[in-house]
Design a protein around this ligand. Sequence first.
Ligand code: NAD
Length: 351
Amino acid sequence: MKYKMAIIGYGGMGSWHAENVSSRIPDLMVKGVLDIQQSACEKAAGQNLYVYSDLKELLADGEIDLVTIATPNNFHKEYALALLQAGKNVICEKPVTMNVRELEEIMEAAASSGKIFSIHQNRRWDKDFVIVKTILEQQTIGNPYFIESRVQGSRRAMYGWRGHKVNGGGMVLDWGVHLLDQFLILIDSPVVSVQAHLFNLYSDEVEDNIKILLRFQNGVSALCEMSTNCLINNPRWHISCIDGTAVIEDWSCKGKLVKLKADSEMTWSEDIVYTEAGPTRTMAPRPEYTTEVLALPEVTSDWSDYYQNIVAVMEGREALIVKPEQALRVMKVIEKVFESEASGKGISCLI
Ligand code: NAD
């Protein structure tokens, strides 16, 4: 065990960090926890973790090299600033802050402290995302022009503090951050327009069902949809490329690629095709001999690489994978999302 870490906010995600770091990152040991709730402190103590009485005690603990912040979103900034100023390396849960200005403040503090500041964008290690990345890199079905990414639940309202604006609740700052981060990694081109449709269907204060349409400078368009009221789901990913289509159904990564065969040109017949909905040529089924069905690429992905990278950065062996500049881009897009919703229009930008 080389380094000791602490966790601020020992709820769902804080406990998850503790469990996974302890079982999967040999160079890190979770020493202690800071939480404002008695029950969370008791749970930590029951797991033989040290419970800090306040932030001051944690900041003064010279054994702590790294702190992960996993509180509700509105507390991230103050903790991050205090930790960096005290010379701690910091991982912050997503969304890193509530807006661009707050993140810029943290980035300034990180630069003057010389310490690590990273954001837990763990969904870059999701298998479905890595498959999409691989399909685009391998160009098996050519260049993409439209990519749809969806997460769809049916439990309606946002849970707990996620339903409150003051805490940084709402779907954009919850799942939106993940899906936007994934798109900004997938498509290597500036975002030139953002159009959002945000619905407050079941939460009084925040949006709970959303659609965001992005246009990138290289001509690719992307749709992110997040729902809490979907009883029949669309696929997790639907990817339209020039030479084929890919579908990933869900997080279990069932799916396929359908590719146009290079050696079998489709010829148009003069005959009109009569479907149940009437005559059509354009929408008539394509002859099957012109396409082939391929399996999705095999990929491996391991979330623990996130923390392994943090350790390697602490030791000067690697560059940071999840960089604050990348989170800043996501936050800039998010500000355009809210601007689009407020104006009811698409917003031009260069992000
Ligand atoms: P949670 O409500 O389960 O836990 C939050 C914990 O923080 C609670 O124990 C609470 O008592 C504590 N807390 C509240 N205010 C505090 C304060 N001022 N100081 C110290 N502790 C405080 O919430 P959660 O689901 O664990 O979410 C926490 C963070 O993790 C959020 O930023 C959320 O967006 C993020 N998160 C990320 C992922 C992911 O996949 N990366 C998943 C879930 C949540």
